[in-house]
Ligand binder design. Structure first.
Ligand code: TNX
Length: 539
């Protein structure tokens, strides 16, 4: 252990002496313009920023180095190099052994420093010659890399040297998240979204340090995940969606591809199989599940609460055991979401019986159950998590029972609510949610009696009754989702609408370059970028 620290220090020392030697040889004196790291457009806002007002020139002579033998660090370095290439077209080597033209380095360092307070925390020291990113884990390094990406300016400044150089402000950032669970949910059941669509969503979520993507995989209108022991779920139940479209589903290979892509972005996938209500598509495929002796018709409407599993039949639990087993086997994350919402035609005592049984099945397959807030009425283990969406009494009952809660209040965090009366997509049962309303609230004070220690985190769900393609998905998700990233990462004292809205307006170059069809809310002054032409067809 001691030896490895020594080796590491020698390695870093070696790098720095090489760097110094090169600089002495090259002697390119650059008078950088003054900068201010604290006024950069970082979202989420970091815990602490101390500017030193100079600049690090990112150019073709920069290289990235990562701690040796630190699991995942070199991949994180590679990720940064890919994103720098995408942004600047520079080819930055990672862990190269050649040093002759080296001028500046970005060092991604595994550090056990006690200053870094959590596994996702990081420190960033930026000087004229180096950027040092310290993190305990590769996950922390990955979050810190997003900060580096966000402070690389849109344009290079080539008036300083013949080189194209992107000037990064110098200073120090110390950062760690306020909540450990920072998520979005995507409903792929009401309308299906392809693996490519989900990957694009993941790309953008990762840029804003979101760490969880909950996939609502089943509902009345469609079943979207292949279950090998029950093939008709997708063969029959996967062929429908709201409005009568063709639906679709993920094979287990597709799902694994999403999970792996998410993992590369340090995002955990939470699979949801919604039950005992919201199960019409499953019962169309296997009519014994509903226990009423009838084969239901395919449903393509948007009403909720009319379907249920038969909660008193052993074969239903054998079926659920297979489903939970197969999905859990290809889900590395700790959670399995079992739904539980709006089961209006399930008798209360049957619902309670059902949820308690499901909790045990989920645990048997090595996962922690998450359920919509209605599940708190059941006799469940305190390891279960209640996702508060509508009923404050349920949320309070959850904490009385010792459960943690995820906050997804419909009135504040539902991405499927319209922005305003003119919104082209979205519902309004929980009210309109303009960009400021979605941002201006405090999770720790939203429900009386529910404070920081009870809250696992914040999740913004995107239900898809009114959206059927990626452009429409982006219209509802962005820019609001960016605000939920700040709400879940940054502390209350670091959040301020007036300050946030300026930083948000400055996300336009990134969003435009990503070809994100965000809603250009009139509350925000959107920065014009060289990619703005793409934004013309935004509406
Ligand atoms: C309520 S939130 C639902 C969903 C709908 C959504 C529409 C929740 C747990 N259930 O079934 O899609 O409203 O906003």
């Amino acid at each position: 252990m001691k030896q490895s620290i020594l080796l590491k220090s020698l390695f870093v020392l070696g790098l720095f002496s090489a760097l110094l030697a090169c600089q002495q040889q090259k002697k390119e004196v650059i008078n950088f313009p003054a900068t201010d790291l604290s006024s950069e457009n970082l979202i989420p806002k970091p815990s602490k920023i101390t500017p030193t007002n100079s600049a690090f020139g990112l150019d073709k002579n920069t290289s990235i180095h990562t701690s040796e033998n630190a699991s995942g660090f070199s991949e994180v370095g590679q990720f940064l190099a890919e994103k720098i290439k995408w942004h600047t077209n520079l080819d930055i080597p990672v862990n190269t052994t050649e040093t002759p033209t080296l001028e500046r380095i970005i060092f991604i360092n595994q550090s056990d420093s006690t200053v870094i307070s959590s596994k996702e925390g990081y420190d960033l020291y930026i000087t004229q010659d180096s950027i040092i990113l310290n993190a305990k884990t590769a996950e922390g390094a990955f979050r810190g890399v997003q900060t580096i990406r966000q402070i690389i300016p849109e344009m290079s400044n080539d008036t300083l040297t013949e080189n194209k150089m992107w000037l990064i402000p110098t200073g120090k950032i110390t950062d760690s998240p306020n909540f450990e669970y920072r998520g979005s949910m995507l409903d792929v059941a009401r309308h299906f979204f392809s693996v490519e669509d989900v990957k694009k969503y993941i790309d953008i979520l990762a840029y804003y340090k979101i760490n969880t993507l909950h996939l609502h995989l089943t509902d009345d209108q469609g079943w979207r995940i292949e279950i090998k022991s029950w093939p008709k779920l997708t063969e029959v139940g996967g062929r429908s969606e709201v409005g009568g479209g063709e639906g679709g589903f993920y094979t287990q290979e597709d799902y694994k591809e999403i999970v792996a892509y998410a993992a590369k972005h340090y995002i955990t996938i939470v699979p949801e199989v919604d039950m005992p209500g919201h199960t019409n598509a499953a019962s169309v495929a296997y009519p014994f599940l509903n226990g009423n002796g009838k084969t239901p018709k395919i449903y393509t409407g948007t009403q909720v609460g009319f379907s249920t599993f038969d909660t008193r039949k052993d074969t239903v639990y054998a079926f659920i055991d297979d489903v939970v087993r197969e999905i859990s086997a290809i889900t590395p994350g700790p959670y399995f979401h079992a739904g539980g919402d709006e089961s209006h035609v399930t008798k209360k005592k049957d619902f309670i019986y059902f949820v308690s049984k499901i909790d045990k099945i989920v645990k048997k397959h090595g996962k922690r159950m998450i359920g919509w807030d209605e599940i708190v009425h059941a006799d469940i283990d305190t390891s279960a998590i209640a996702q508060f969406w509508a009923n404050e009494k349920n949320a309070k009952l959850a904490i009385e029972k010792g459960l943690k809660v995820i906050l997804s209040p419909g009135k504040k965090a539902y991405l499927d609510m319209k922005y305003d009366t003119l919104s082209k997509h979205g519902l309004d049962w929980a009210g309109l949610i303009p960009v400021d309303t979605g941002y201006v609230w405090t999770p720790e004070r939203y429900v009386e009696g529910i404070s920081k220690e009870h809250i696992l985190g914040v999740e913004a769900p995107l239900w898809s009754e009114t959206i059927s393609n990626i452009d429409e998905l982006e219209y509802l998700a962005f820019p609001r989702m960016i605000g939920y990233s700040e709400l879940s990462w940054s502390t209350e004292e670091n959040r301020d609408w007036e300050n946030y809205k300026v930083r948000l307006g400055n996300q336009a170059p990134y969003l435009d370059k990503m070809n994100v069809k965000y809603y250009p809310s009139p509350l925000i002054e959107w920065k014009k970028s060289k990619y703005t032409y793409k934004a013309i067809d935004k509406d």
